[in-house]
Design a binder for this molecule. Structure first.
Ligand SMILES: Cc1cc2nc3c(=O)[nH]c(=O)nc-3n(C[C@H](O)[C@H](O)[C@H](O)COP(=O)(O)OP(=O)(O)OC[C@H]3O[C@@H](n4cnc5c(N)ncnc54)[C@H](O)[C@@H]3O)c2cc1C
Ligand code: SF4
Ligand code: SF4
Ligand code: SF4
Length: 358
């Protein structure tokens, strides 16, 4: 058996948080599956929006966003679509200053853009990612095809356009408010210097109170004093003084300064990679696109490559409300398949770090 080794799934901002947690601590995150992500929605505002269509979350079987619409498959069998421009009115503010589409700091990235219906586009980025994907194909978990040049061009164009639009939003926001820190290009020495004088007060002023917090929960996870509380809206700090030499919450936040090795390279529209494929599960059929994420997690757990998977399931009594779970159970991973289009403090499902891993 392996010791604790976690494979996690996340949006680009959550994966950046995980990469920073790996950079600054010895947390047992071992394999990162990044999703493509254009935007994310506020759960409560989305509920309000549905009221305009006389709908509730409980009536929805499946969400999918493509070609300018949010498509809703209802439990009644009916299908509906909401123009994306309308849905965008309930996009979280932080997504407007997010320049990454494809989770560039992951081991592998998965999304639907570029692939045919029922298939997923898979970007293999690291040696570890390559070993896992080669193994999963060889052992009959996945089947794959080359991505055609026209499909890759489409993905690159959409990634470039997201970055371009949101760089413009960053400029606009910076003209009225504080700098968007994660876009400030500093040397590693400069990043360390900033981190060494920053704590939760700086996180609150520069990230949380200016609409840049992605609600990932990484700050709460790493706090050695358990001073941070994160609920559905934003992280808060309990009363009390932080130790002078602690800067961890500020350091791991995906919206503060980024170390050089993790920074996006805009000249590479979908980041560094080893290969790009279009893939489909040969084991599971209930999921969002090619059911590739679920199948890779199944492969990783059933071959003892990792011990646990960190995934996003739905809350029992609140339809479509995402909840993070850490599990070894393949049935639970399968149950968590499918996209939930709202945020969730994913790191909440991890046990607080102990002293040995800080
Ligand atoms: C908010 C959001 C926006 C997205 N936007 C795009 C997009 O614009 N273009 C695109 O091509 N793809 C997008 N995706 C990815 C896409 O929806 C699929 O997740 C991806 O193609 C994988 O499909 P699959 O069938 O392999 O996944 P499945 O096998 O169905 O597994 C999906 C996995 O996603 C995880 N998950 C579900 N909801 C969340 C969440 N809110 N946060 C973190 N993890 C979650 C689950 O834990 C599950 O393990 C988005 C995903 C999310 C969560
Ligand atoms: S900030 Fe928003 S758009 Fe960017 S990765 Fe996170 S959820 Fe997606
Ligand atoms: S103890 Fe450290 S991690 Fe916790 S709130 Fe204070 S500075 Fe942040
Ligand atoms: S403030 Fe905390 S929850 Fe918000 S983005 Fe930063 S690390 Fe994540």
């Amino acid at each position: 058996m392996v010791g604790t080794k976690i494979a996690m799934v996340g949006t680009p901002c959550q994966i950046m948080a995980a990469s920073k947690v790996q950079h600054y601590t010895k947390a047992p995150i071992d394999f990162k599956i990044g999703l493509f992500c254009m935007e994310n929605f506020s759960y409560s505002y989305f509920q309000e929006l549905l009221k305009q269509y006389n709908l509730t979350m409980a009536e929805i079987e499946k969400f999918r966003i493509e070609k300018g619409f949010a498509f809703l498959s209802l439990k009644s069998g009916k299908k509906m679509k909401i123009p994306l421009a309308t849905a965008k009115t309930v996009v979280r503010k932080n997504c407007n200053v997010c320049v990454e589409l494809t989770s560039e700091t992951s081991d592998i990235s998965v999304g639907s853009i570029g692939s045919d219906t029922g298939w997923s586009t898979l970007i293999v980025r690291t040696e570890k990612g390559k070993r896992v994907i080669d193994g999963a194909i060889e052992k009959g978990f996945l089947k794959s095809k080359e991505l055609k040049p026209s499909q890759l061009k489409l993905l690159e164009r959409i990634a470039f356009n997201k970055a371009k639009t949101n760089y413009e939003n960053i400029e606009l926001r910076e003209s009225k408010s504080r700098p968007v820190l994660y876009q400030r290009k500093k040397t590693d020495k400069g990043v360390m210097a900033e981190n060494s004088v920053s704590d939760f007060t700086d996180l609150r002023a520069n990230v949380i109170n200016v609409g840049s917090c992605v609600l990932c929960g990484a700050c709460e996870y790493v706090c050695p004093e358990k001073m941070i509380i994160i609920d559905d809206t934003k992280p808060r700090k309990k009363r009390g003084k932080c130790p002078e030499d602690c800067h961890l919450c500020f350091s791991v936040c995906p919206r503060t300064f980024i170390p050089e090795s993790l920074r996006n390279d805009m000249s590479k529209k979908v980041g560094e990679y080893k290969k790009i494929l279009t893939v489909k599960s040969l084991k599971h059929n209930e999921g969002q696109d090619g059911v590739v994420v679920t199948t890779i997690l199944d492969y990783l757990i059933s071959n003892n490559i990792v011990s646990d998977a960190l995934v996003i399931d739905k809350k029992e009594n609140s339809p479509w409300k995402p909840v993070a779970i850490l599990t070894k159970d393949i049935d639970e991973i399968v149950k968590a398949s499918g996209t939930k289009y709202s945020v969730c403090p994913i790191f909440k499902a991890l046990k607080p770090l102990d002293e040995d891993v800080i």
